[in-house]
Design a protein around this ligand. Structure first.
Ligand SMILES: Nc1ncnc2c1ncn2[C@@H]1O[C@H](COP(=O)(O)OP(=O)(O)OP(=O)(O)O)[C@@H](O)[C@H]1O
Length: 617
């Protein structure tokens, strides 16, 4: 290892380690769980009458034809090839045997082919259904759910865990059944043709099975450790790429490298360990298999001498032993695959079963088209038990009024917005719109009448037109352009290389902050909500854009009830009512002039802002 790397690993680790904290993915160590098997079985139900019987038939045909071949070989040896055979040298019989073998191979090939095709079809459909259910439920979950979980852990469930089930459904289950049929068939044939020799060979089975299963568990665990290490690397990579600008600006590349190298080394070591364990598996299986062969030849020769069995049968037994280790080996593998699948499905179903915290009551009705009168009565809220984010907020807003929310950071402004949209449910008091308590109406009917423009405007990958149309999917091109013109966004859009058809990447990195805001205004205008919530961007923008945004805002807010987390003096001043929050308590409310006259918190905030503007100006 070169010195730079060594230094990186020793010197920077401690410091870098303090900055990056990653929760390891849970190790999927679970026992066999029938509840999960039954639950997964439900996903197979739609195919239980048509496709699954075909798969089972093909599987049995494939396994049986494989079992018959050694018997044909034994027959050919004992009846044609051996010197003392009754039809020694009978080419016709030999050809018939060869033709029989060929036919068996063709049947086996066709059966396997159809089985694989149908199994893949069912397997892929099951995975499709699982992903559908998972995504559908995750989308409906409330903010509280996402507050508690890092995006990475949700992604792992949708990708890694579902993939591990994909292996089970496309290969695992059917291979398991084939292996069982094959094993039972071989044991039956061995015992049927010679009980003594059969038993002598079968004795090795439990030994082989135990070794195989135990070792597989160890191997599985060690690969899970590798997976965990890789997840940490991925999380780190993701964070570093997202934060690359900050890293470069603060010249932290070396420290990041040190941390990454340590993770990389950890991963490398765990991979070596897993791979070594893996390599011990085959020799152990081979040695156990060799013992089986020794027993067969020693005891088999003895039985031939005593004329209890024929040479042909010994050859057939030898072939069966060869087929023996395959399923036993695979069963061990399958067992650990099943355990992983059990644990994966448990986690997937946890997400599928998760209920939104914002529960809709059974009697919830659709909120009729609203005017926009809003009443907050003694509203209390806590994100975590015992820590109140809002304390007894009383507020009455008439339709069409604009309310500016101001206050220090952490004072509860965004919380009021979160509660109005019912992203969280209040823990005390009530909120009503036009006299309807928002807990008594359906969430979708409420949110469809409340437009929200966030400070961190989210631009999806797609064209500018698509992004504006996100406000109302059935809007025509003309309506999209009309909305863009109304909020003064049209001008900059038509100057882009492909105008409205310009492709923007996720998060709209190629657009300026002001441009992103204008797009989100157009989006909100197109949705035409009666109530509008706006989190103003704080980033300083040039005076021209500021003026444009002010003009756009006038158009956007006209005739709507609006709540604005206000940062711009111009917005605050023109608001009908200003609410001043401090530590979750509403300290002052009134117009700009009224509050200035009070010379309270608002007066202080405005003074501070003027001072700041004078200093930077
Ligand atoms: N998801 C959350 N989980 C737990 N606590 C939260 C969460 N969101 C906010 N809080 C806490 O609730 C309080 C109010 O936060 P809120 O986001 O409403 O403040 P704010 O006035 O909007 O602040 P800012 O101006 O910085 O955006 C803060 O103490 C904050 O730490």
């Amino acid at each position: 290892m070169d010195s730079e790397k060594q230094q990186a690993q020793s010197g920077g680790d401690e410091q870098a380690g303090r900055r990056f904290v990653y929760q390891d993915d849970e190790l999927l160590d679970k026992g066999f769980d029938w509840v999960q098997v039954k639950r997964l079985g439900q996903y197979l139900k739609p195919y239980s009458k048509q496709i699954i019987p075909v798969i089972i038939t093909m599987m049995i045909v494939g396994a049986l034809t494989k079992l018959l071949n050694p018997l044909l070989i034994a027959y050919a040896i004992d009846n044609v090839l051996r010197e003392s055979a009754p039809r020694h040298g009978d080419t016709t019989l030999l050809l018939q045997c060869v033709a029989g073998m060929l036919t068996l191979y063709v049947i086996q090939w066709a059966a396997n082919n159809y089985r694989i095709r149908f199994t893949n079809k069912v397997g892929q459909k099951v995975i499709y259904d699982l992903r559908h259910d998972l995504f559908k439920n995750i989308q409906s979950l409330s903010f509280r759910f996402f507050d508690k979980r890092p995006a990475g852990s949700i992604l792992v469930r949708i990708t890694n865990y579902v993939n591990s089930l994909q292996d089970l459904f496309t290969n695992g289950v059917v291979n398991l059944m084939i292996d069982c049929v094959q094993l039972i068939g071989i044991i039956f044939i061995l015992l049927f043709y010679n009980v003594k020799l059969g038993l002598a060979i079968i004795v090795t089975v439990p030994v082989m099975f135990m070794v195989s299963t135990r070792l597989r568990v160890l191997i599985r665990r060690s690969w899970q450790v590798v997976q965990t290490k890789q997840s940490r690397i991925n999380a780190h990579l993701n964070e570093c790429i997202q934060g690359i600008k900050v890293t470069q600006a603060f010249t932290q590349e070396k420290e990041n490298m040190a941390f990454f190298d340590q993770m990389n080394l950890d991963n490398h070591k765990s991979w070596n360990r897993a791979s070594m364990l893996n390599q011990t598996f085959n020799p152990i299986i081979e040695v156990t298999g060799a013992i089986g062969y020794c027993i067969l030849f020693w005891f088999g020769s003895h039985l031939i001498q005593q004329e209890e069995i024929t040479v042909g049968l010994l050859v057939a037994f030898a072939t069966y032993i060869g087929h023996f280790w395959e399923p036993i080996n695979r069963l061990g593998q399958m067992y650990s695959q099943m355990l992983i699948a059990m644990a994966s499905s448990e986690r997937i179903f946890e997400f599928i079963d998760e209920k939104p915290n914002v529960a809709e009551s059974a009697s919830a009705k659709a909120l009729p088209k609203v005017q926009g009168n809003i009443e907050l009565t003694k509203v209390e809220f806590e994100y975590e038990p015992g820590r109140k984010a809002l304390k007894g907020i009383d507020l009455s807003v008439k339709a069409g009024e604009s309310i500016a929310l101001v206050g220090h950071t952490g004072s509860g402004k965004s919380t009021i917005i979160n509660l109005l949209c019912r992203f969280y449910d209040i823990t005390g008091g009530s909120i009503s719109i036009d006299g309807h308590d928002i807990r008594d109406v359906t969430v979708s009917s409420l949110r469809s009448q409340v437009g929200i423009v966030l400070q961190d405007t989210f631009i999806f990958s797609g064209t500018i037109r698509d992004n504006i149309r996100f406000g109302r999917l059935d809007a025509t091109d003309d309506e999209v352009e009309f909305a863009a013109k109304a909020v003064r966004a049209h001008e900059f859009i038509v100057n882009l290389p492909q105008g409205y058809e310009t492709e923007v990447q996720e998060r709209g990195n190629v657009l300026s902050m002001g441009q992103r805001q204008l797009i989100s205004f157009a989006r909100a205008l197109l949705a035409d909500p009666r109530i509008l919530i706006l989190d103003e961007a704080t980033a300083s923008i040039d005076t021209e854009t500021e003026l444009k945004i002010q003009e756009a805002l006038k158009t956007l807010l006209a005739g709507r009830t609006s709540f604005i987390i206000a940062h711009r003096l111009s917005t605050i001043r023109s608001a009908d009512k200003i609410i001043v929050l401090d530590h979750g308590v509403m300290m002052e409310q009134g117009t700009h002039e009224e509050l200035l006259a009070q010379k309270g918190i608002y007066y202080g905030l405005i003074q501070a802002q003027y001072r700041f503007l004078r200093e930077v100006g």
